[in-house]
Design a protein around this ligand. Structure first.
Ligand SMILES: NC(=O)c1ccc[n+]([C@@H]2O[C@H](COP(=O)([O-])OP(=O)(O)OC[C@H]3O[C@@H](n4cnc5c(N)ncnc54)[C@H](OP(=O)(O)O)[C@@H]3O)[C@@H](O)[C@H]2O)c1
Length: 271
């Protein structure tokens, strides 16, 4: 059977890590952007595509029959439906990156918060959920509900330093971008059309725990920031292991943070 090409729709942070990995498995990989010359200057010109969900004139740039990795919020739903028809999405392998925020349905203050697997209800009022559910139900898209993405250049210790997050009992679920990239490709290769897979490293942690460890191991003191009383979520993400056969490489958050800190220090020192 002829192997298809791959298009990464929305080549931002995750797309940058996906591209080289996908290039090892696909005959040709293309990255799409709303401003390809500016945003994708690091790629050869023949690998860049101009694509904007809000600009119908860019939709024919997507090569027929290529597999698709949709890496930006699938909204507004009307545009999602229109582009899906225009590019014949139901006839392709399609993986859509959603978010675990789809599960924000109740205001329960139960603590610790209940575990959430792929059968948990999502909020149908959210435009993004509507877009994803259309692609999943009508086009056979495989939807990944992704936890907080971190990795090189997105270091949770910096979020603490800058006061974007601070100590609280709120649970957070994280995934290293390299694991996310592997899971995206496994979903394209083995995922069942219409299926949902939660994506996280499998270990929900509280910001209290992360901040305490950050202080002890890296002397990171939280900047004054807003505290929260929200319980957060605890995401169950075993299905990617049992159904897609992916083993999480960065399941030890603190080992991954150590690596990010060392890389920061090395790049700050210069050559
Ligand atoms: N960051 C997180 O912690 C997190 C957590 C859960 C889920 N997610 C989801 O996971 C996916 C990947 O995340 P990421 O952090 O890698 O995203 P990202 O860095 O924002 O990259 C997505 C790229 O998509 C392009 N894009 C945005 N709107 C578009 C539109 N209307 N039409 C066409 N292209 C558009 C943008 O690139 P150009 O400007 O070059 O077009 C953007 O850089 C996203 O769907 C995100 O919402 C992220």
């Amino acid at each position: 059977m002829k192997q298809h090409d791959l298009v990464i729709l929305g080549s931002g942070y995750t797309g940058r890590f996906l591209f080289p990995l996908a290039a090892q498995r696909y005959p040709s990989v293309f990255a799409a952007s709303r401003e390809p010359e500016r945003r994708l200057a690091h790629l050869p010109a023949d690998r860049r595509l101009h694509f904007d969900l809000m600009r119908r004139d860019t939709w024919p740039n997507i090569p027929a029959s290529a597999d698709l990795l949709w890496c930006f919020p699938a909204q507004p739903p009307e545009s999602v439906q229109a582009v899906a028809a225009a590019i014949k999405a139901p006839a392709r392998r399609l993986v859509v990156l959603g978010s675990t925020s789809a599960y924000d349905v109740d205001n329960s203050s139960a603590y610790p918060p209940p575990w959430i697997d792929e059968t948990a209800p999502v909020d149908p009022c959210k435009p993004r959920v509507q877009g994803e559910e259309f692609l999943r139900r009508e086009c056979g898209a495989i939807v990944l509900r992704v936890a907080g993405i971190y990795g090189p250049g997105r270091n949770p210790l910096d979020w603490i330093r800058l006061g974007r997050v601070g100590p609280s009992g709120k649970y957070v679920n994280l995934i290293h971008v390299e694991d996310l990239a592997s899971i995206c490709l496994a979903a394209l290769a083995q995922g069942k059309p219409g299926e949902i897979y939660n994506v996280s490293d499998g270990v929900p942690r509280t910001w209290d725990e992360i901040c305490k460890t950050a202080q002890e191991r890296w002397n990171v003191t939280p900047a004054a920031g807003s505290r929260t009383d929200l319980p957060g979520k605890r995401i169950v993400a075993c299905k990617v292991g049992t159904h897609l056969g992916v083993a999480i490489r960065h399941s030890d958050l603190y080992a991954a943070l150590e690596f990010l800190e060392r890389s920061n220090a090395t790049s700050a020192e210069g050559p």
